[in-house]
Design a protein. Structure first.
Length: 340
């Protein structure tokens, strides 16, 4: 901090792993005349990476939770309140009706859950991504004797890339330990082309091409994995049905997530994924034509070309699929519709 004449205040918003680590690091490095203030809506810090162990009964909630007020021993001020508004011009943060002034601001509020985006998910689904959710799910898993469990990634973007697959394997181990695995089917419905795509190109033996594959653990029962399947809705009465393959109704429900899938595929820089991305774009074009949203399609297509100008393999595939006209036409030249 450049101002050596007076102490300054750093506000850290969010008391998760990122916020606590940041506050600790700042406190160690800054002179004591500077204040480090951590703001969080919950009084306790809980270690999210251990929620899966709470789900599987390997940890108790109190083993993964600590009160944030303990940070005051290290000289970190702690405010338990919910952030309502940030004013960057005035350098203030409104929390529960009062303003906190800051010289510097660190935002580590994380991602919140919007289960209402998937009809039926809040009423009929469970989660291991929150501590209360992991506790509740642990009880459900302890009581299941037969039926089917589906681990779902509702969209291509979520907090922890490895969590759904680790959860499936832990659930599998728990069912085996209780001797009911032969009576419970287990599946992972993934909105990704392969497990952990952020880790790069999968190993040759990792199945990615088939629409459905299995993860097996030696001899015994396999965990079925469905790739590139988003979750448009949750209905307990349809629990034993394979997800429908109708494209346009599903894409219409996906909304923005379908375009996120396109960019996710392109970012892999793989020829196979380019083909999948263009297939998805063709489906989105058909949907746009049916709904009369071609202007939005052209705008997004132009953004894609501007975003990836140095991907000849991608651009050639776009041209062959009839997406030459995705760029906005000039006023004196009508757009060509191209051929599919």
């Amino acid at each position: 901090m450049s101002d050596r004449g007076r102490g300054q205040t750093v506000l850290v918003l969010g008391g998760g792993v990122g916020g606590v680590a940041t506050a600790n690091r700042l406190r160690r490095r800054l002179d004591r005349r500077h204040r480090v203030v951590l703001v969080n809506r919950e009084a306790d810090f809980s270690f999210a990476s251990s929620y899966l162990w709470v789900m599987s009964g390997q940890r108790r909630p109190d083993q993964v939770t600590r009160p944030l007020q303990r940070l005051q021993r290290r000289g970190i001020e702690v405010v338990i309140a919910e952030v309502r508004h940030i004013d960057p011009n005035k350098r203030t943060v409104t929390v529960d009706g009062r303003d906190l002034a800051a010289d510097h601001l660190v935002v580590t509020l994380g991602a919140d859950w919007v289960t209402d985006r998937v009809p039926g998910l809040a009423d009929h689904g469970h989660t291991f991504a929150t501590l209360p959710g992991a506790q509740k799910l642990a009880g459900e898993l302890d009581g299941i004797e037969r039926g089917r469990i589906v681990v779902v990634t509702a969209a291509p973007l979520y907090k922890c890339p490895g969590a759904p697959y680790e959860a499936a394997l832990l659930i599998d181990a728990g069912l085996r330990a209780r001797g009911v695995r032969d009576r419970v089917a287990l599946a992972v419905r993934s909105a990704e082309p392969a497990p952990l795509p952020v880790a790069g190109r999968p190993r040759p033996r990792m199945p990615t091409a088939a629409p459905s594959t299995s993860m097996s653990r030696g001899s015994g029962w396999a965990i079925t994995r469905w790739r590139w399947r988003t979750c448009p809705a949750v209905d307990p009465g349809l629990g034993n049905r394979r997800p429908a393959r109708g494209k346009q109704p599903t894409l219409a429900r996906e909304g923005e997530h379908a375009w996120l899938r396109v960019t996710h595929l392109i970012d892999t820089k793989k020829i196979r994924e380019y083909d999948l991305a263009v297939e998805l774009l063709v489906d989105l074009r058909d949907l746009s034509e049916r709904k009369g949203h071609l202007e939005d399609l052209r705008r997004r297509g132009q953004q894609l070309r501007q975003q990836y100008p140095n991907r000849p393999g991608l651009l050639q595939r776009l041209d062959r699929a009839g997406f030459v006209a995705l760029a906005t036409p000039s006023p004196d030249q009508p757009a060509s519709t191209g051929s599919r």
